[in-house]
Ligand binder design. Structure first.
Ligand SMILES: [Zn+2]
Length: 347
């Protein structure tokens, strides 16, 4: 499909929209702060207004050719019904929101909803690091750890669309509790939330002079600390920060070695703010662990690479998302089937 689409990236801090052309170029960008504190209706209205502004700004008759709207949202989502189930960052009332039907009614275009990491994977596959690759994983290491699985060219969704939650695999028996209710998950060890928690613990115990000083300088005290403080403490030679960062990287490396055995990917695209800042400091231990601990044949094949689309990845992915679903005759049938099913559980 060579038609442009409208893209919406609904995030906890910003609502962004743009027109995405078939070559992946992004034009007519608009953004506004997500009014989460004003409730779901205000968030939906912000989405409609931002999309309408992008459509109005579309240059050279692109607006008449728009094929549909691709929506990226934090999970869990039901992509068949177009319902956002219960994302953690969009306000306490924001659950079971039928965003696709609301946007369709307001804007008169078919709307396809997908989890942000899945949209990002489609973007990298169409225009970025995974161009021409049929078997790859997308992992984001940021505040949380999310992922997507593309196998034989297709996103793996599972019957509840929760497949690809690669941050919620257990790495440590009796490890720390995860935000999802599980224990010892990768996200509970290597994410920004986990490192911030460990930083607060270190301040409470007084074991890290670097973090104690940082907390004292922060207006929010220990609650102002995040992963970047721990990373900077490592660079400054603070022993606790060095151990925390090393532990986080080793847990990530173990997970990647397991992913190689489980999925046999050609490529693992590793994005997110922590991965971006750490670069090969995060990827090299994972490469070494794959070489040491994964099956030899898939280990020899797989490459670990950064993404290339940056913060636009979820916007760009809207074009291949709409293209794939418009041309999939079974998509609407699947949607009907899942209308009667229990909505996906929170991953
Ligand atoms: Zn978890």
């Amino acid at each position: 499909m060579n038609r442009p689409v409208l893209a919406l990236d609904l995030g906890g801090t910003q609502v962004r929209a743009a027109v995405i052309q078939a070559d992946g170029s992004r034009v007519a960008r608009h953004a506004t702060a997500t009014p989460s504190e004003q409730g779901p209706d205000a968030v939906i209205q912000a989405c409609i207004d931002t999309l309408a502004a992008a459509r109005t700004d579309a240059p050279g008759g692109l607006d008449a050719d728009l094929a549909g709207i691709g929506v990226s949202s934090p999970g869990p989502v039901n992509p068949w019904t177009g319902v956002i189930v219960s994302p953690p960052n969009l306000g306490s009332d924001f659950h079971d929101i039928p965003i696709a039907s609301r946007l369709e009614a307001a804007l008169g275009l078919p709307v396809y909803l997908e989890r942000d990491t899945n949209v990002a994977a489609l973007g990298e596959q169409a225009f970025g690091a995974a161009r021409g690759v049929d078997d790859f994983l997308y992992v984001t290491v940021s505040t949380g750890i999310g992922g997507a699985i593309v196998s034989d060219g297709h996103l793996i969704l599972g019957p509840d669309a929760t497949a690809g939650e690669l941050g919620h695999v257990s790495i440590e028996l009796d490890g720390p509790p995860c935000g999802c209710g599980g224990r010892g998950h990768l996200e509970a060890i290597s994410s920004g939330v986990a490192l911030a928690r460990d930083a607060r613990d270190a301040v409470a115990r007084g074991t890290s002079p670097f973090l104690v000083a940082r907390a004292a300088a922060s207006p929010d005290g220990p609650h102002g600390l995040d992963a970047r403080d721990v990373a900077e403490g490592e660079d400054a030679g603070d022993g606790v920060c060095m151990r925390l960062m090393d532990h986080a990287r080793r847990a990530f490396a173990m997970a990647c070695a397991g992913f190689v055995n489980t999925f046999n990917p050609d490529l693992i695209v590793i994005g997110g703010s922590i991965a971006e800042h750490q670069g090969d400091r995060l990827l090299d231990p994972a490469r070494a662990e794959i070489k040491r601990g994964s099956f030899a044949t898939p280990a020899a094949r797989v490459r670990l690479v950064p993404p290339v689309l940056g913060p636009d990845v979820s916007l760009a992915g809207a074009q291949p998302l709409v293209a794939a679903r418009l041309s999939d005759d079974r998509w609407r049938a699947g949607r009907a089937r899942l209308d009667v099913a229990r909505p996906p559980a929170r991953p």
